[in-house]
Design a protein around this ligand. Structure first.
Ligand SMILES: CC(=O)SCCNC(=O)CCNC(=O)[C@H](O)C(C)(C)COP(=O)(O)OP(=O)(O)OC[C@H]1O[C@@H](n2cnc3c(N)ncnc32)[C@H](O)[C@@H]1OP(=O)(O)O
Length: 422
């Protein structure tokens, strides 16, 4: 493996060096990452899973002498985009700078290096989940999908089950034993929603990671599978947290994930989670913002729903990224794109496309809309309307009608959603 040392060049602050991670440096890298996040050590099991899915060639460390002071990595993902195609995306992860070395430009130098590498690898997109929303906008990332959480009073909220739900058979299973079947259900769901990641080999361990130190008093992870007409049609993974007070049992069900191939299997799984004895609350942490659950419940207020930012996207190659997705309505617009961090994207691009496909090429024609690469990132998966960004003054319409045309075209049929972090 080639070691690259960039002492004082390429933006690495003077006195420090940046190197590709060598496998034997993994523990020092991970120790530094844990320190930067506050010092709590993850379990050996968790560390091992992340080691196993990490390709060190795509990870970098910044060093002060022999000490790791900065960490960052990239996973090689395939991301579903509107239209159902899966597009290569660099998944930016494990970004940290030691408290002793912050606000000197270490993060900036790692972002520079990563985006250059992602571009060289031919990935048109980068993506990440942010510890704090203000960090990554300056590097061209925009929030492209939200996640819905809910704390549901299952003693009061009822479900309107669709006809045929009683045909679904449920079975409790060990998460490890049915992992393969659950992965097949998940894989079948991936093309249906922008923002979902195809799980690469090894990643099937991530959704069932269950170190005792992470349970916060809840049971080990449990799994319930659904079968319709004798075929596996869905699953939910969850844990149960017992609690007793003076009125009796008052436990919670904590949902990890749920996927179903049809509406009745989905409804049967929710019905099961709502009805677990000795519990009165269902805690849901990460669902799509248009989850069918919202339309099954009798009392949305008692679900205490909240929405927050989730997946941040960065168009590393504007032309290829915009041509890789389809558009809900026909569109033919010239976009004037600002991108100071990746200047190869700057300038006018003519985007033409529809529900069947698209082309996006550099253009000398007059621009119809002016925006930065960050706004393009926010609308890329179809979740944020261009009109909303224009309302905030972040998109300028230069040809009358272009905003409505492009806004309708960019919006997707399903809200984008990232099912798990990385
Ligand atoms: C994808 C992921 O892994 S998300 C996880 C990110 N990591 C963490 O949150 C761990 C704890 N925090 C840290 O390790 C560090 O504070 C980091 C990585 C967030 C920032 O590293 P630094 O080396 O201090 O950042 P750097 O000096 O390069 O700052 C670059 C710019 O970002 C800004 N910035 C840095 N951190 C933050 C922050 N937390 N909030 C807002 N702005 C920030 C800086 O002010 C600077 O702004 P400028 O361009 O206007 O000058």
């Amino acid at each position: 493996m080639t070691l690259e040392v960039t002492d004082g060049v390429s933006g690495v602050p003077a006195g420090l060096s940046m190197r590709v991670l060598e496998p034997e440096g993994w523990d020092a890298f991970y120790d530094a990452l844990e320190r930067a996040f506050g010092g709590g050590a993850e379990s050996a099991e968790e560390r091992e899973v992340w080691r196993s899915v990490s390709n060190c060639d795509r990870f970098i460390g910044v060093y002060d002498g022999n000490d790791v002071v900065g960490t960052a990595g990239v996973f090689s993902f395939r991301l579903t985009v509107p239209g159902g195609e899966s597009v290569r995306a660099g998944g930016v992860t494990m970004v940290s700078v030691q408290p002793t070395h912050r606000r000197r430009g270490v993060l900036r130098s790692m972002m520079r290096r990563q985006l250059d590498d992602i571009r060289a690898a031919g990935e048109p997109l980068a993506m990440l989940t942010a510890s704090e929303p203000p960090i990554y906008g300056r590097f061209g990332y925009g929030n492209a999908s939200d996640q819905l959480s809910a704390t549901i009073d299952t003693g009061r909220v009822r479900l309107a089950l669709p006809e045929g739900t009683d045909r679904v058979r449920l079975r409790i299973a060990e998460p490890v034993e049915v992992r393969g079947e659950c992965e097949r259900i998940y894989a079948a769901r991936v093309p249906s929603r922008p923002g979902m990641l195809a799980r690469q080999p090894g990643w099937e361990a991530v959704p069932i990671l269950d170190p005792p130190s992470g349970r916060e008093g809840a049971s080990p992870l449990l799994c319930v599978t659904a079968e319709l007409d004798g075929k596996l049609s869905g699953y939910a993974r969850y844990s149960v947290k017992s609690r007793w007070d003076s009125a009796g049992p008052n436990g919670s069900v904590v949902l990890r994930d749920l996927e179903a191939l049809d509406p009745v299997s989905g409804a049967a799984l929710w019905d099961f989670l709502f009805g677990i004895d000795l519990t009165s609350t269902l805690v849901v942490r990460n669902r799509p913002s248009d989850d069918p659950l919202l339309h099954l419940v009798s009392d949305i207020r008692r679900c205490r729903v909240a929405i927050r930012d989730s997946c941040y996207i960065r168009l590393v190659d504007v032309g290829r990224a915009l041509a890789a997705r389809t558009y809900t309505a026909p569109v033919d617009v010239v976009l004037d794109v600002a991108d100071s961090f990746c200047p190869w994207n700057e300038g006018r691009w003519r985007l033409s496309g529809d529900a069947k496909g698209a082309a996006c090429e550099p253009s000398k024609e007059p621009a119809d809309l002016a925006l930065s690469v960050r706004e393009l990132a926010s609308v890329y998966l179809g979740g944020v309307p261009l009109t909303a960004l224009a309302g905030a003054g972040r998109v300028r319409e230069l040809r009358q009608g272009a905003l409505a045309e492009a806004s309708a075209a960019f919006r997707g049929l399903a809200e984008p959603w990232l099912p798990h972090g990385f």
